[in-house]
Write a protein that binds this ligand. Structure first.
Ligand code: ZN
Length: 275
């Protein structure tokens, strides 16, 4: 009898893995700078979940199960981490290693490598403004998690590259670059609200889009911004034009994707992730 019960338990544990849905297959890349998709216990309403004290995107997959979608920081180490549910339950998931190569870039403007104190004041002010945009957590449900590419054009610099400007190591590459000419139309990868626009020292002309529940897109180095804060944007709607403003060696689109205030690899969301 005992043996029979054990078999039944094993079978029921195996069910969630077999029933893994489209979103899980697309997004579950649990590496530093990647995304963990974690199945939550059955619950009538959307359970509230947190990771590293930030609220998480929670959706119903295939009308069957609640899943939490967590961005993993680039600084995370391989090993077991936990998602925390309201009420204190902890759900473990495993982070695997991923290697990120180095990239060496030559800049003409030395202020873009080692800014003077006056510029540093501006940079810090702008950083705070952008971090508070990344912390936005609206109730809206993302219209789609398989994103459309914001521009046509080949991928150039990958996410996570360890960057050296004129030989000095700086922050790793926080987004994905597309090699597109100046003036190329940038289109919203999903429905969104414009939550911040600015013209920043490093990022140049920049637009932040809130797709819902902490899922944020940021586009920078634009030549033109064609939306304003508060605008409701439909999937595929034009938001601005590619350029080379701020710290850029030439025209391209830099796209950040953030989840739970964590910058993650945008290639995951367009099905272009290479482990
Ligand atoms: Zn970039």
């Amino acid at each position: 009898m005992k043996r029979f019960i054990m078999l039944v338990c094993l079978v029921s544990l195996a069910v969630p893995a077999q029933a893994e849905g489209f979103i899980t297959r697309l997004l579950n890349k649990p590496v530093p700078g990647g995304v963990a998709v974690v199945t939550l216990p059955e619950h009538t309403d959307a359970p509230r979940a947190q990771y590293r004290e930030q609220p998480l995107l929670v959706i119903r997959e295939d009308g069957q199960r609640w899943i939490a979608i967590a961005g993993i920081p680039l600084t995370a180490k391989a090993g077991t981490e936990h998602i925390e549910l309201e009420g204190g339950n902890q759900i473990p998931f495993t982070i695997s290693d991923r290697d990120y190569p180095e990239q060496h870039i030559k800049l003409q403007n030395q202020q873009h490598v080692t800014p003077d104190p006056e510029h540093l004041k501006r940079i810090n002010r702008e950083l705070e403004e952008q971090i508070s945009a990344y912390k936005t957590f609206s109730a809206r449900q993302p219209s789609n998690l398989m994103f459309d590419r914001p521009v046509n054009g080949p991928l150039s610099s990958a996410f996570g590259l360890r960057r050296f400007f004129n030989g000095e190591e700086r922050n790793p590459h926080s987004g994905l670059d597309f090699a597109s000419p100046t003036g190329t139309s940038i289109k919203a990868p999903a429905a969104s609200q414009v939550i911040l626009v600015g013209n920043y020292f490093f990022n140049g002309k920049t637009v932040f889009l809130d797709h819902g529940q902490g899922l944020i897109s940021m586009f920078c180095h634009l030549s033109a911004i064609d939306v304003k804060v508060g605008d409701e944007i439909t999937r595929g709607q034009h938001v601005g034009k590619v350029g080379a403003t701020g710290r850029a060696t030439g025209p391209h689109l830099h796209w950040n994707v953030s989840l739970n205030n964590t910058r993650v690899d945008p290639s995951i969301f367009i099905g272009a992730f290479v482990p």
